[in-house]
Every structure is written in structure tokens, then in C-alpha cells.
Design a protein around this ligand. Structure first.
Ligand code: IVH
Length: 682
């Protein structure tokens, strides 16, 4: 018989367990589906540990599920497909003790000495399973519940440039079926650029690169794709048939991936097992600040495939790998001021000036507050104590105000009414959520636009820092990008460039040869990011064509340039100043080369211009376009003398007649697939 006290304690335990289960499910949803975790990984793991302890005490709750589950990222918006082999999670470690326990268990299971390991970054994005059958990409799936995931093939193909056909080069035999496991993620630079663009458009920012990756992978709106960028890395495999053709070690795996044109985790490092393991983990971890991609730890894996087989896997994680997580550091500091920055489209962004603090080894003194709306929502005041972290351990982010520490004299924020740079009255947009300076000659706007133009992401003209550009603007010799190409040695010397003037002029000259997309991107047209600029460059003959008649660019079903991008161009160029900016570039002789986008290419369609007509039976149009691009080809919407290949599907119409008239080669869908597979001549 249970005593009343014991029964009450058990009821309380049951209640607590129920609560924990609910919390775990809620955080799974926030993390996996929305990509916006509300608590740290360590706090999440603590919930799971407490829940595990409860279950151990209350065996009747073992059907509870949550503990054994590895979450579920399916949205119900995509077809669900089964993985060949389950996509597992990783065991997690936080301390030296955890790592030692892992090593000891490996040695115990093997019954021999420590094996060799590899350590590599734990990329922080969305887990992806690429399924290739006979060398053809058949699906790209999210992890889902580990057993089946969302089919996101067309987005992955369009945005990451993964090869849709594995080239059978050298001795890299193509498996019957292989599942390549990897991570789709957003580089820090793109994350920041995307948030800046969102700031300018008055949209809420993404809190973390993972959140942006999660949203991008599941983009339904093809119109939005042109603005997004996604990277991909492959770090392992699931099924590999026939088994005998599996790589024997991690370096061999990387070589195979390389041969197939797929990006592997080449930041990986071989390490011997034993006592040195923890030190090496710390060493690799210390390099983290230099990585341009988000990570939340490192992964330690046994190197040899056969040793992995020996160790096997549990229901949720393999026994041969361990994720060592880095705790995310959150610190308190004070807001000493709030400044307002003017962006290139004139949008004002509030920036918190902080009492400098060190977060994971880097001094942080500023953090963006994104928009007046965000600032008001947070309710920050100058003098407030705030919690700060580095999103993805890189980008400073204010988590919230410590109201318990608010000083009685903390000053409420005053939203400015005039531009801090040119004193023009500001315009309110989005119901006051966004403030903008509309003065085209505003020096701050000019500076931002020029900064963007010369940045490595755009035309890439090294040496032109903000101070020099500001001096040139102040001297009246620099208003628009074309002025860069008119600068004289004297101009530069007077602006303080001194002995560097000659090098700067050379750097400007060298930039004339950059690809067309860089100039298009450099113009800083709203909603036209690097990816859309690349797609536009594929469609347009030269810079001047940007100003062409809108009607010339209609009927672009095949191009990944969507209506909203064309609309953005029209809006931008309805302003005569913006037209003059492009005309001036053309007038100073800028005639950039049109080059294919920089994705990994199989090269099978290099130099080809492909036109699609009719309906393809087994391939969505944007997927077909993605494949042509991935093979190095260009896609055009209309048949012309430049067209080299027409792919005709069902009910092909006028374009087919035109192709026949011009004598352009026409192929069906089956033949098109063979060309992509390198099976017949292109
Ligand atoms: S190996 C059987 N290596 O972390 C699982 N995973 O928390 C073997 N991840 O689902 C995974 N970077 O999506 C591995 N270098 C890396 C990784 C990595 C990120 C992800 C992966 C996995 C999750 C587990």
C-alpha cells in the first residue's frame, strides 16, 4: 500500500513530468519548425535530463515519447518521404568529463585501443538528406522525425546549386543509391545582409542564421527565392549501395565528394584518440571565431568506416560520434546611447551603443536594434542594463532589458523627426514601424550606397573605406559609383589617400572587368540581392539592358527572376536619378562581362543557352532550370540566334516552331536528362 504522502509525491512527479513533456514538445517546435529556439541548448538538455530521471522513477510514463524522439521538423506543407536509413541525432557533450566518458565507451565497445578520430565544425542550420539514385538527384529531404522528412528538392536545387547529376569521373564509381547527409545553412555575411535588407524594407529581422536557413529551406513562394541565399555542406551518409563501394575513411569520403562536385566538411581535422582528444577539441573550438558560417559546437567522429560499423548505432544517435556543444555566453551590460544610422535606401536604424563587454573572447560595443518598432517593443532606454549574446556566437544581439535594474533616471527614447545626416524631415512608413530619409542627396545615404558598391559582395574595389569615401563626398568629387571611375590622383591625395593613391586608382581600373551581376548587385536596388543579380545577369546582355523596355522581359516563366524583382527594377528605374546612375556608369565605359553564376557546376552545359517549352512530365520547371544552371548553362525565355538547345515537353508551342525555323537543336525530356547525366553529347 502506498502511503498518502508517497501517493501525493507521485502525483506531483507525474504532474511535473507532464509539464516537462509539454515544454520539450514546445521547444522542439520552436527549434525544429520555426528555427527560433527560446532557450539555450544547455537548458533544453537539462529539461530532457530531468524528464529522463522522472521517467526512470515513474515507469508507467515510458510511452511518453518525447525523450526518445529527436524532434520533428515537418510542416505539413510538403510531401513527406521516407529516408532510406533513419536520420539520427548526435549524443551531446558539454564538459571534458563527457568527452572522456565517450572515449572510454568507444574503447570499451571495441575492446582495443583508441581509434583515430576526425573533428569538424557542427554546422548550425537545417539537416538535409540528398538522395541520389544511379547518380541522379531524386530528392532532397529535411530530417523530419528522423524516419521521414519534408521533400524540399526544388528549393535546395535552386538555391544551393547541388549537382543534380553526379559526374562519373575518374574512378569515383557512382553508387546505385546513396544518401548524402548534410546541413543547409546561411553564412554570417548573408545573414547580416539579409537582416539589413529586412531593416530597410521594414520587415522583422531573423534572430539567428538558423532561423533564416529554416525559413529559406521551406520557401513556398518562388518569388521570394531570388532574395535568398543558402549554402550546403555534406558531412556524412546514410544508405550507400552497394556497401562495398563506401569510402573507408573520412578523407576518402571528402575526395569522393570533391569528385562529384559536392562541398564536404573540409574544415575537418584528423586526431588520435586518448588523452589529447579534449585539448584538440578546444583547439578546433578556438578557431571558431574565424569561421564564416554558424556553428554550435564541433562533432567528433571515429574516422574508419569499418570501426563505425563495429560500434553501431542506438535508436537516436550513432555510438561512433559525439557533438561537443559550446555554451552560448550571455552577458549583462549597459546601454550608454542610441544612435540612428541612415541606410542606403534612407531607412533609419537605431543602434545601441554599449558599455564594451567581452563575449566569447570578442569585445562588443554596439548592437543593432533593427527598427523603431523593434526598439519600442523592447522598451529599451539609455542607461538600461541589458542581456546581450552573440547570435550564432558572432552577431551581437540584445535579448532584453533587465527591468529590475532600471535606474530611475533612465531616459525614455525619443524617436527622431529629422535625418541625423541632412536634417530633412523623415517620412514614416509601415504605420510608423519604419522611418526614412527621402532626400536623394543625403550624404549618409550616398556614403552607404557607395560603401555597398565597393564592398567585396558587390563590385569589390579594395581600399575604399568609409573614411576615404566620406572625404571624397565632402570634397564634392564623389556622388555616384560612376565618379569612382573619374577620380584623379589629385582627388585622392586631397582626400587624404597620400601614398596609396596610385594603388587605389589601379584597384578602380581592375574593377572594370568584374562580372555583370556584381555591378547589378552593387547598384543596391531594393529586393535585388546577389542571387537575383546573378539571375538577372544571365538574362541581360549588358548593364544598359537594365534600363530596357519592361515588355522585353515579360514571359519569363523559365527564369528564376520573379515578377516582384522586375517590379523592383521598374520602381527603382522610375526615378531619373537612378537611371542617370546607370547611364553614367555606361558613359565611363563600364561594360562588364556576363558570366554564369558562381555555383558548383558540372560544366556539362557550359556555353549553352537553353530554352524550355511545353510541360515537362517528370521535372518541375524551376527544377529543370536549376539543373541547367548547375551544369553551367544559361536559361532563356525566348528562342533566338543565341539559343543552342530547346527542351520540348508536352504541348510545346510557338517556341518549338521558332527553334525549327532557326535550326536550333530540339530535344525531348528523356534526352535532356541524358545530356545532364553526361550520357549523350551536349
Ligand atoms: S555527423 C548520424 N557532422 O547535427 C548523425 N552532423 O545534432 C551524424 N550536424 O543531424 C551526423 N554539422 O544535421 C555531423 N559536421 C557534422 C555536422 C552535423 C552539423 C548536424 C546534423 C545532425 C545534427 C545532430
Amino acid at each position: 500500500m502506498l502511503s498518502i504522502v508517497a501517493a501525493c509525491a507521485m502525483a506531483a512527479d507525474r504532474e511535473r513530468a507532464e509539464f516537462l513533456r509539454g515544454e520539450i514538445a514546445r521547444h522542439d517546435d520552436l527549434y525544429f519548425r520555426r528555427g527560433e529556439p527560446a532557450i539555450s541548448d544547455a537548458a533544453y538538455d537539462a529539461l530532457k535530463r530531468e524528464y529522463a530521471a522522472m521517467i526512470a522513477k515513474l515507469p508507467e510514463l515510458t510511452d511518453a515519447g518525447s525523450l526518445e524522439s529527436i524532434g520533428d521538423d515537418r510542416t505539413g506543407l510538403f510531401p513527406s518521404r521516407r529516408h532510406g536509413r533513419p536520420m539520427l541525432s548526435l549524443k551531446k557533450a558539454y564538459t571534458e568529463g563527457d568527452v572522456r566518458a565517450f572515449e572510454a565507451s568507444v574503447v570499451r565497445r571495441l575492446g582495443e585501443e583508441s581509434p583515430a578520430y576526425v573533428i569538424e565544425p557542427k554546422y548550425d542550420g537545417v539537416a538535409i538528406n540528398l538522395v541520389y539514385e544511379k547518380g541522379e538527384l531524386v530528392h532532397a529531404l529535411t530530417r523530419g522525425n528522423g524516419i521521414e522528412g519534408d521533400d524540399v528538392t526544388s528549393t535546395i536545387v535552386a538555391l544551393t546549386g547541388v549537382p543534380t547529376t553526379l559526374p562519373a569521373r575518374g574512378d569515383e564509381r557512382i553508387p546505385q543509391r546513396v544518401e548524402l547527409r548534410g546541413e543547409a545553412f546561411v553564412m554570417f555575411e548573408q545573414f547580416q545582409r539579409s537582416n539589413r535588407d529586412r531593416e530597410e524594407a521594414g520587415e522583422p529581422p531573423h534572430a539567428h542564421p538558423r532561423a533564416l536557413a529554416a525559413g529559406t529551406v521551406r520557401l513556398i513562394d518562388a518569388n521570394e527565392r531570388g532574395r535568398r541565399e543558402l549554402s550546403l555542406v555534406v558531412h556524412g551518409w546514410g544508405a550507400w549501395e552497394p556497401t562495398a563501394t563506401r569510402p573507408r575513411s573520412h578523407p576518402e569520403f571528402l575526395r569522393v565528394l570533391h569528385g562529384w562536385g559536392l562541398p564536404g566538411t573540409d574544415a575537418s581535422e584528423a586526431v588520435p584518440g586518448g588523452d589529447a582528444l579534449w585539448d584538440r577539441i578546444l583547439e578546433v573550438g578556438a578557431r571558431r571565431a574565424t569561421w564564416a558560417f554558424p556553428t554550435d559546437g564541433v562533432v567528433v567522429k571515429v574516422d574508419a568506416t569499418l570501426t563505425r560499423d563495429q560500434l553501431g548505432e542506438g535508436t537516436t544517435a550513432p555510438s561512433w560520434a559525439l557533438a561537443v556543444k559550446f555554451p552560448s555566453e550571455q552577458v549583462m551590460t549597459r546601454i550608454v546611447g542610441i544612435t540612428w544610422q541612415v541606410g542606403r535606401s534612407g531607412v533609419l536604424t537605431p543602434v545601441a551603443e554599449l558599455e564594451p563587454v567581452s563575449i566569447s573572447g570578442v569585445t562588443v560595443a554596439r548592437a543593432t536594434l533593427h527598427s523603431p518598432a523593434h526598439l519600442l517593443r523592447m522598451g529599451v532606454r539609455v542607461g538600461d542594463t541589458v542581456e546581450v549574446e552573440r547570435a550564432g556566437e558572432v552577431i551581437p544581439r540584445i535579448l532584453g532589458v533587465r527591468m529590475d535594474k532600471r535606474a530611475s533616471d533612465a531616459t525614455p527614447m525619443v524617436i527622431p523627426r529629422s535625418c541625423p545626416s541632412c536634417a530633412t524631415m523623415l517620412v514614416e512608413m509601415n504605420d510608423g514601424a519604419t522611418l526614412r530619409c527621402d532626400h536623394p542627396a543625403c550624404p549618409a545615404r550616398r556614403l552607404r550606397r557607395l560603401e555597398h558598391f565597393v564592398s567585396p559582395a558587390a563590385v569589390d574595389i579594395p581600399g575604399f573605406g568609409p573614411a576615404l569615401l566620406e572625404a571624397l563626398i565632402a570634397a564634392g568629387v564623389m556622388r555616384t559609383p560612376a565618379d569612382l571611375y573619374r577620380l584623379t590622383h589629385d582627388d585622392l591625395v586631397r582626400a587624404g589617400a597620400g601614398g596609396g593613391a596610385r594603388r587605389l586608382l589601379e584597384s578602380v581600373e581592375a574593377s572594370r572587368g568584374r562580372e555583370l551581376w556584381r555591378f547589378i548587385h552593387g547598384l543596391g536596388i531594393q529586393r535585388i540581392g546577389a542571387a537575383t543579380a546573378r539571375a538577372l545577369a544571365d538574362e541581360l546582355d549588358d548593364l544598359a539592358a537594365l534600363l530596357g523596355e519592361p515588355s522585353v522581359r515579360e514571359n519569363n516563366a523559365a527564369a528564376p527572376i520573379n515578377i516582384s524583382a522586375w517590379a523592383a527594377l521598374d520602381r527603382h528605374f522610375s526615378d531619373p536619378d537612378n537611371r542617370a546612375e546607370v547611364e553614367a556608369l555606361v558613359a565611363v565605359g563600364i561594360n562588364p562581362s556576363r558570366t554564369k553564376q558562381g555555383a558548383i557546376s558540372t560544366g556539362l552545359l557550359n556555353g549553352h543557352t537553353v530554352v524550355f517549352t511545353g510541360k515537362l512530365a517528370g521535372l518541375a520547371r524551376d527544377e529543370a532550370v536549376g539543373r541547367v544552371r548547375a551544369a553551367g548553362g544559361k536559361v532563356s525565355s525566348a528562342v533566338s540566334a543565341k539559343t543552342t538547345l530547346v527542351v520540348a515537353g508536352e504541348a510545346a508551342g510557338a517556341k518549338l516552331d521558332e527553334a525549327r525555323r532557326l535550326g536550333v537543336r530540339v530535344v525531348g525530356e528523356g534526352e535532356f536528362r541524358k545530356i545532364l547525366a553526361g550520357e549523350i553529347e551536349n
